[in-house]
Design a protein around this ligand. Structure first.
Ligand SMILES: *Cc1c(COP(=O)(O)O)cnc(C)c1O
Length: 440
């Protein structure tokens, strides 16, 4: 017994604290924190204990298994051609915005004036930027996301009362997010008017009464009804009861002013000009910023929303305020470039990529995605590879997520920064060179 014990590799597994003295692991512990590094060591020891690793290799294996950051969120390359996708974090932020985030990460003058040494208004710079971007708004407020903006508006204006909504706007906006459920959760009662395809001003007029807190108009951002349809315009709704009923318009995507590329997307300036009292929108869709909910409109109503007790529960942190301000005041966000990408330029990039890695250059339409501009096709190109490429590309250290369509993997460069084209080529080459995939 005793002689064979000396041969048992499990007895040669180094102790955890001994492994942790490895300079590479000590350095990683300073950067990532001890628990993550220790876990990598424990995993390697466990593998060695099961005979899957030479005990002498435990430090090496732990180093190889170290995470690159203290978060499990990974940077991915978006080769889907979908500009805004909720599953992959909607809008990517500009370099200026990332810098603003870093600057705000520590102590910052969020609610403090360094001039007076006194408390100052939270997020004042961000609100000033938003007001400057939409001069038609009497005042503005920012909450956690578009849904929160809608909740705050309907709670403050209609809790215990009715909210009039066209039946054609009783929509599900994203995965399980149903507008009627959301508004009902605020204690307001939704009252449907009109029919699924047609609603007139008279339908709203007939429903008016002392119990109506506000009228809500929702942009059906992720579908289109075509044919025999009509709805009351914002301008018409603004006349209800002599203008005495607040009109809340959820435009969804966060366009602040019209974009000729997206003629069917409502924008805040236009909708306010038509007489909306409060406009709600998301920060991370067509605005191209961080997750946030924008509220713009009549100064008195916005003040009411800001002072509502619920506002405290929906308020945004310093990181959101910093990122939103940099999005508004800084250079155009990446999504602007992706939406307006020149097809010829995309084609040239695809041809270069195809020369390097094979595959075929094919026409490929991009889409706005994220529940915006349904039906709009953005003309572009992609490199078509055999279908089996999709999974290994997705499983790279930095995943390359492509679109799989009709048995092909489409690498669409629309939402890939041009500076990453060579990285994409290397990734595809590494899959081609791996024994498991047959290049087409
Ligand atoms: C996306 C969207 C919302 C929800 O906004 P979030 O920022 O995702 O909470 C609400 N209404 C409309 C019309 C939308 O398009």
């Amino acid at each position: 017994m005793s002689s064979s014990q000396g041969d048992d590799p499990r007895r040669r597994i180094p102790r955890t604290d001994a492994v942790l003295t490895d300079p590479r692991l000590a350095e990683a512990a300073a950067r990532l924190g001890t628990p993550l590094v220790k876990q990598a060591v424990l995993d390697a020891q466990s593998l060695a204990r099961q005979g899957g690793l030479d005990p002498a290799q435990v430090p090496e294996a732990a180093v190889a298994a170290l995470p690159s950051a203290a978060t499990t969120l990974r940077r991915i390359l978006n080769a889907t051609g979908v500009v805004l996708h909720t599953n992959i974090g909607r809008a990517p932020l500009s370099a200026a915005t990332v810098e603003a985030l870093a600057a705000a990460a520590g102590y910052t003058d969020l609610e403090y004036s360094v001039d007076t040494g006194q408390r100052a208004r939270r997020g004042r710079g961000t609100m000033a930027s938003l007001r400057a971007a939409v001069p038609a708004a009497g005042d503005v407020h920012v909450v956690n996301n578009g849904a929160a903006a809608l909740v705050l508006a309907t709670t403050a204006l209609a809790a215990g009362q009715q909210v009039l909504v066209s039946r054609g706007e009783m929509v599900e906006i994203g995965d399980g997010f149903r507008l009627p459920d959301l508004v009902a959760s605020t204690g307001a009662r939704l009252r449907e008017v009109g029919t699924t395809n047609r609603t007139t001003l008279a339908d709203y007029e007939n429903a008016l009464g002392p119990d109506v807190g506000c009228v809500l108009k929702v942009h059906p951002s992720n579908f289109r009804i075509e044919g025999f349809t009509s709805g009351a315009s914002v301008a018409e709704l603004a006349t209800l009861n002599g203008g005495a009923v607040p009109v809340v318009v959820d435009i969804g995507s966060g366009l602040l002013s019209p974009d000729p590329l997206l003629p069917e997307e409502p924008d805040a300036a236009t909708v306010l000009g038509q007489g909306a009292d409060v406009v709600t929108a998301s920060g991370d869709k067509l605005l191209g910023g961080p997750q946030a909910g924008l509220l713009l409109g009549d100064a008195e109503l916005i003040e009411r929303l800001r002072r509502h007790p619920l506002a405290r529960a929906l308020r945004v942190d310093k990181l959101t305020l910093a990122a939103l301000e940099a999005t508004l005041a800084g250079p155009a966000p990446p999504i602007t470039q992706y939406l307006h990408a020149d097809p010829d330029r995309l084609r040239a990039r695809c041809e270069r990529l195809s020369e390097a890695v094979g595959g075929t250059v094919v026409p490929s339409d991009g889409v706005v995605g994220g529940g915006g501009a349904p039906g709009l096709r953005l003309a572009g190109w992609a490199v078509a590879l055999p279908e089996p490429y999709a999974v290994p590309l997705r499983r790279q250290d930095r995943p390359l997520v492509c679109r799989v369509e009709r048995d092909r993997t489409l690498v669409d460069l629309r939402c890939v920064p041009e500076s990453e084209d060579d990285t994409v080529a290397l990734m595809i080459r590494s899959v081609t060179d791996a024994p498991s995939v047959e290049p087409g």
